[in-house]
Structure formats: C-alpha cells, structure tokens
Design a protein around this ligand. Sequence first.
Ligand code: GUN
Length: 277
Amino acid sequence: MLIDGKGISVKRLAALKEEIATSGCVPCLATVIVGADPASQMYVRMKHKACDDVGVTSVGVELPEDATTEEVVAAVAHLNDDPSVHGILVQLPLPKQIDTEAVIEAVSPAKDVDGFHPENVGALFSGRPRFVPCTPGGIMTLLAEYAIPTAGARAVVVGRSVDVGRPMAALLINADATVTVCHSRTKNLEDEMKAADILVSAIGKARFVTKDMVKPGAVVIDVGINYDDDGKLCGDVDFDAVADVASAITPVPGGVGPMTIATLMENTFAAAKRQIC
Ligand code: GUN
C-alpha cells in the first residue's frame, strides 16, 4: 500500500481552510530567514503559499547572510511582542556565525509552531505535547489516517536529530510503541532495522534502506530528501525494492514532505486559537 501523503495533506488542508473560515479567527504566521540559501528560500516560499491557500496571513522577515545572533534574536523578540503574529518559524539551518540555540530559545513558546523551544520539547517528552515538530507530527497523522496500529508495535527510528528523530521517538512512545532510536554509532544497525514493525528513516542518505533491512510486512516511512548521483530526487529508502516487502510505504516526493507543511498550518491555527479565539 502506498501511503499518499500528498493526498492526505490536500484533504487536511481543505478541512483546515473550512475550519479557519468558520472560526472568525485569522491566524498569522511570521517566517524569519537569514541569508539567501536557495533551498531555504524555496521552503519558506512554499510555507507562505500554504498560508495563502488556507486563509492564514503571513509575514516574512529577511535578514542578511552576515546578520549577528543579537540581530536575529531582536527580530524574533519583535515578533513575540506583536499581537497580530500568532506563529513564528525561523527557517533552519542558520548561517554558522549564529547561535541557533539562542535563536530557538528566543521564540515565545506560545508562538513556537515548529515545536523546537525546550519548553515544548520537554512537554512532548513528558507526554503532554503542546506544539509538536511538523515532520514527526505529520508522520503521526499519516499513521492515524491509515489506521496503522502503534500500540505495542516495535518502532525503529533511524536518525537522532532534534527536529525529526528525537521528537519522532517521543511521539511513538506517547502512542504506546516500543521504540528504538538508531544512529551513526549503532551496532548491528541492519538487525535493529529488520526488527521493526514501523521503520522511520531520517538519515539523509540516498536509497540507504534496502530490501534486506526491512521485515516483510513492515510499515516504512521515508523522511529523506536526497539527490542521487544523477541529480534525481529520492528518499532514504530504495523504494522500488522495499515496496515489494513492506505492507505500506511513503514515496518521495509525495509522502512525508507535504504533511510537514500541513502540520505547520495546523500548528499555526492552534497557536492563533489559543491567543485570540
Ligand atoms: N529546515 C528544515 N526543516 C525545518 C523545519 O521543520 N523547520 C524549520 N524552521 N526549518 C527547517
């Protein structure tokens, strides 16, 4: 079975648009981008377009490549203080001279639609989530939409990043899965992966996950956005071969990616509701 993230995202965004329209509440998302990285610019454009599509207003703050930590923190503080802004997203990665942690901690937890502030991370890990990071949040929505059981399932997350691997593990624990987190120092990685009923790959290596690493019948979620040697967009998973053994699998593109943006919109509306509606 193909897990159609694009289709689910379209459905959920349509429902959200309706909900926003009838709420009488007009949410506003502010994005902050530092420098001119083309990929980051593209992601931010996509986020603003999603806002336009669902009835969320948006503002974009652009700072130069050589901005200082203090300048970025000041821009964030200004948005924190602006009652017309309900959600704040600082596009990552930031240029290397910037203290990313300081910037993330500067975002008001009430407006932290990325769910990266330590207060929101702590809430998620203590089982009382407030804002959930958009990519793992979107994956949980996909599992729910396809009625994939998590309780008692053996879930293996490959990758321990702060934005995907760690919150993914917390969400799966909260959903009663038995969770293993693997990373670059994991011994017998293949054996760990092969034990998974639900395998989430967030490693960032083109077609790293091959058929022999996947238990027959497993659900495979591919978070990777990679380019192969021919410049072709592909995930972490060797899709054609793994699709033969998996019971369900997300494609790249059209799987997890669209769900990230849909979850950002849902988080932004949730933030606005708590602040104004
Ligand atoms: N860069 C890559 N993914 C993300 C994300 O989910 N949020 C932000 N703010 N930046 C990113």
